[in-house]
Design a protein around this ligand. Structure first.
Ligand code: MG
Length: 162
């Protein structure tokens, strides 16, 4: 049996914060504001996996009022959700994601993001695809006020019936 999930996330960009996407530190004038490390790509992927499992969303599992998740490494949150997927007998088939950021250009970082994410998802890096888009100078992404990410993940059950 296959199950599909979708995720989306937005973070405000501010001065004095690091910018981390897919677990990779991006050299940038501004970074993402948030309770955890504010990794919008990791959060979108985590929501996609939770969606495929029918397990709600990231805020349900890792509330931003909970001091345990203050400055949390978001790849660690994704790893916890992958542990849940494994408990249910699911493996990742593939992940496709898009990051929307006006600058800097993300192309130099994409391979490292895909490798890191594949490691957490337990798949070959060829099963992980990360795309980068700008906002063309329009809306909050285009005005360098926000970073957004979208993700779709396909899971396959390793159990014969469920
Ligand atoms: Mg988030």
């Amino acid at each position: 049996m296959f199950r599909i999930g979708i995720g989306h996330d937005t973070h405000r960009l501010v001065k004095g914060r690091p910018l981390i996407l897919g677990g990779v530190h991006i050299e940038s004038e501004s970074g993402a504001e948030g309770h955890s490390d504010a990794d919008a790509l990791a959060h979108a992927i985590t929501d996609a996996v939770l969606g495929a499992l029918g397990e709600g969303d990231i805020g349900l599992h890792f509330p931003d009022r909970d001091p345990r998740w203050k400055d949390a490494d978001s790849l660690d949150l994704l790893a916890r959700v992958m542990w849940l997927a494994g408990e249910r007998g699911f493996l990742v088939v593939n992940l496709d994601a898009t990051v929307m950021l006006e600058r800097p250009r993300l192309r130099p970082y994409i391979d490292e993001m895909e490798t890191k994410l594949a490691g957490v998802l337990g798949v070959d890096a060829r099963c992980v695809n990360v795309k980068a888009k700008t906002g063309e100078g329009l809306d909050s992404v285009g005005e360098c006020r926000a970073v957004e990410a979208q993700a779709v993940v396909l899971l396959e059950s390793q159990r014969t019936s469920r």
